[in-house]
Design a protein around this ligand. Structure first.
Ligand code: G16
Length: 543
């Protein structure tokens, strides 16, 4: 085995977004592309010498080849050990757990999350820190700076490591330990939830479907739901991970997981259904005849988490990303606990979790999690729901109705305009920015504007400041519109419009969201001129 230094030059556009670097797979497969970025990762963390890492991915096309390159570069760059999921598979939350449990210096996760996979689709790489959480902005900025100046990288010339068999081997001077990707994670879940109680629920005939969408959670869900908890075989659908996710978008929302939504709305609906995404950190929750928005799910979990053993002591506090509905704020208020508002991106929860200031956090983008790891966790959310359903004996629908009757309802929807011309999208945001100062006091269909600003976050733990995190317009009575450009797309710009209306009138808690939000939707277009700017008549995706 020989270590070689390969001459390279900076490649443009390797700026990590909301969650790592995501590009078309063919771009990642291009000459030096992956290698340059991995070299930039080493530079961003002051080198790999003497360090240990976790490595795994969601199994999408190029996953294992990329893992072999990363291993050879880690070995050449002085790392002492890399713990790899068998067949280079690890869900994002399982990787976060392994980093924490095995006290490594961080980990590399290969995923483009919910984006489709395949040679013509997307690939991604992100770095997680020793706390198990996504690298914060100062670190990703250092990586980006490194991508602009690097001139070479070191790599070992060696045969591929056998990643199909659990066990340890040597790659140059570095140890490679291949581990079962599921075992440690399943053990962790058992410490948080009342598995015995959930087993009784299933034994009593409770029915469930979990759509793994041919992505990484298949093996996790099958092991935990069917083997540990006794759910009937066949509870997990699409449980075998595929490099192209079976040709679908592994995005657990009513658009991409439509068959599951149709099932719960139909005559053969199970009591409970859920889905997870490419890398297992997102979740969608459904009950018979009902879809639970991610924002409502966060609020319900915050209200009832104490029913699960891992959270019996109550919550230190909660956090949500700014565009997430303010339903959870009402729960926090009632419980007298802190509620933090952070920018979009799980990385912003890390400091609050590390400092013990929050126990639960979540995002409108189908992410919920707690201090058990430093990533959002799809299956964890499903298990917490199951634990709550087992404890209360309520149906999902009744649990939601009960929640709204107690706290009021934050009607909520997100409209996405995808692959919009980036220059036009930026121009629309710029025009909105210019309007902000004049908006307060003006009246639209949605009511009078109470405040309008561009969100900036001052981290209360490390005092760092993040600016330009979305434009928010708040109306008297609690309605709100947020405009943001996504940081995870790979083509053009994705405009996200987040729409929220609060309702406490008991006779108006069961409306269709789009009906309840119609004034807000019209007001959003009126203020921002969305149709004119994007050239689109309607959003591509509504969640
Ligand atoms: C990532 C981030 C999330 C974020 C989501 C959407 O999720 O981890 O924190 O909410 O993207 O971000 P954006 O609105 O910028 O597209 P994932 O599941 O894709 O890793």
């Amino acid at each position: 085995m020989e270590m070689i230094t390969v001459q390279t030059q900076p490649i443009e556009g390797q700026k990590p977004g909301t969650s790592g670097l995501r590009k078309k797979t063919k771009v990642f497969m291009g000459a030096h592309y992956l290698e340059n970025f991995v070299q930039a990762i080493w530079q961003g963390i002051d080198g790999a010498v003497g360090k240990s890492f976790v490595l795994g991915g969601d199994g999408r096309y190029f996953n294992e080849q990329a893992a072999q390159v990363i291993l050879r570069m880690a070995a050449a760059s002085g790392a002492t050990k890399v713990i790899v999921g068998q067949n280079a598979l690890l869900s994002t939350p399982a990787a976060s757990h392994l980093i924490r449990k095995r006290k490594t210096d961080g980990g590399i996760i290969m995923s483009a999350s919910h984006n489709p996979g395949g040679i013509d689709e997307d690939f991604g790489v992100k770095f997680n820190m020793a706390n198990g959480g996504p690298a914060p902005e100062d670190v990703t900025n250092r990586m980006f700076e490194a991508t602009k100046t690097l001139t070479s990288y070191d790599i070992l010339q060696a045969q591929d490591v056998d990643l199909s068999t659990v066990g340890s081997s040597k790659l140059g001077g570095m140890e490679v330990e291949v581990v079962d990707p599921v075992v440690d994670y399943a053990e962790l879940m058992e410490t948080l939830f009342d598995f015995a109680k959930i087993r009784v629920l299933f034994a009593g005939g409770f029915t469930m479907k979990f759509d793994a969408m041919h992505a990484v959670t298949g093996p996790y869900a099958t092991e935990i739901l069917e083997r540990h908890l006794g759910a009937p075989v066949g509870t997990v659908l699409n449980g075998d991970p595929k490099p192209d996710f079976g040709g679908g978008h592994p995005d657990p929302n009513p658009i991409w997981a439509k068959p599951l939504v149709d099932l719960v709305m139909g005559p053969d609906a199970p009591d409970f259904a859920a889905a997870s995404d490419g890398d297992g950190d997102r979740n969608m929750i459904l009950g018979r005849g009902v879809y639970v928005t991610p924002s409502d799910s966060l609020a319900v979990l915050a209200a009832r988490a104490h029913l699960a053993p891992g959270y019996a002591a109550g919550l230190a506090g909660v956090a949500r990303s700014m565009p997430t509905s303010r339903a959870v704020d009402r729960v926090a208020d009632a419980k007298g606990i802190a509620c933090f508002e952070t920018p979009t991106g799980w990385k912003f929860f890390g400091n609050l979790l590390d400092a013990g200031r929050v126990t639960l956090c979540g995002e409108e983008s189908a992410g919920t999690g707690s201090d058990h790891v430093r990533e959002k966790d799809g299956l964890w959310a499903v298990l917490l729901w199951l634990n709550i359903l087992a404890e209360t004996g309520l149906s999902v629908k009744d649990l939601l109705s009960d929640h709204w009757a107690t706290y009021g309802r934050n009607y909520y929807s997100r409209h996405d305009y995808e692959a919009v011309d980036a220059i036009r999208a930026e121009a629309m945001m710029e025009a909105l920015r210019a309007k902000l100062v004049d908006l307060p006091g003006q009246t639209f269909g949605a009511g009078m504007v109470e405040s309008a600003d561009e969100f900036a976050y001052d981290d209360p733990v490390d005092n760092s400041r993040s600016e330009g995190q979305g434009i928010r317009i708040v109306f008297a009575g609690g309605s709100r519109i947020v405009f943001r450009l996504s940081g995870t797309g790979t083509v053009g710009a994705t405009l996200r419009v987040y729409l929220e209306a609060y309702e406490s009138d008991p006779t108006k808690l069961q409306m269709e969201a789009e009906t309840a939000l119609s004034d807000i939707i019209a007001t959003a277009d009126k203020i921002a001129g969305i149709r004119a700017s994007t050239g689109r008549d309607a959003p591509d995706v509504k969640t």
